[in-house]
Ligand binder design. Structure first.
Ligand SMILES: Cc1cc2nc3c(=O)[nH]c(=O)nc-3n(C[C@H](O)[C@H](O)[C@H](O)COP(=O)(O)O)c2cc1C
Length: 224
């Protein structure tokens, strides 16, 4: 199979190469320090991204689906010394995949700063209090959708969506502390965290933290 060339869609290959990349102009920040923990560097970069990058707290969660890979965009719900937190339904494809194989990755791309952060590790389920706080923090409508949706199942009739959410909304409003059993908050506990920064003239910079012990990290610089 060969790629590229013109087709009925036009010359996509040439078109893709015509896009300007934002690399080369961003201010290069301080290099991560070996004395800092990777979650601290991440939060510092996240603060720098806030106000510059739209939705800097959105990343791609990659999971293992049998012997294939799967990925989807998610909202980051928290970051602490333990790891990177996100939430969804245990019954969703990602939830089922994580229960079969807890290895996962989270990837953040901050275009305006030409930065990327890659987090790889093992995912663990948060405790009931964390899960409950995550759910109750949401607006009633968001809670109703999360509660009612058999996420990623086929929606044969769009009216089913509205009636299921309307029913769930009644429950959410009458029981404000209710958390559906299928709701999960997960923590990606990192083994490696990589910070990537585009530099002047495409001279990219990469720093990788690799876990060496519970609270101990080795920081290395990688070839771009
Ligand atoms: C900006 C954005 C944020 C999202 N945040 C979440 C989220 O926090 N939790 C979630 O379950 N799905 C979120 N989604 C939807 C997921 O990308 C995905 O469609 C859904 O979780 C089903 O994934 P799955 O079939 O792999 O389980 C978000 C989508 C977008 C575009």
């Amino acid at each position: 199979m060969t790629a590229g060339g013109s087709s009925e869609l036009g010359d996509i290959r040439a078109w893709l190469r015509s896009f300007a990349m934002s690399g080369g102009t961003p201010p290069v920040g301080e290099a991560p320090q070996p004395t800092a923990a990777p979650h601290e560097v991440f939060v510092a970069w996240l603060r720098q991204a806030a106000g510059v990058v739209a939705e800097p707290h959105v990343g791609v969660l990659s999971t293992v689906d049998g012997d294939a890979a799967d990925g989807r965009v998610l909202i980051l719900r928290d970051v602490d010394a333990r790891g990177w937190w996100f939430s969804s339904s245990a019954l969703s494809p990602k939830g089922v995949q994580l229960s079969a194989n807890s290895h996962a990755a989270l990837t953040f791309y901050w275009r305006e700063q030409a930065r990327q952060v890659r987090v790889r590790g093992n995912v663990v389920i948060g405790d009931a209090a964390t899960t409950s706080r995550d759910f109750i923090d949401r607006s009633p409508y968001a809670r109703a959708v999360a509660a009612a949706s058999p996420q990623s199942a086929t929606l044969t009739d769009p009216a089913d969506y509205d009636s299921a959410v309307a029913d769930a909304l009644k429950k959410v409003e009458s029981e404000p502390d209710w958390v559906p059993e299928h709701w999960r908050c997960w923590c990606l506990e990192p083994d490696t965290v990589e910070f990537w920064q585009s530099g002047a003239s495409g001279r990219h910079l990469r720093w990788q933290y690799r876990r060496e012990g519970t609270d101990s990290w080795r920081l290395t610089t990688l070839w771009p």
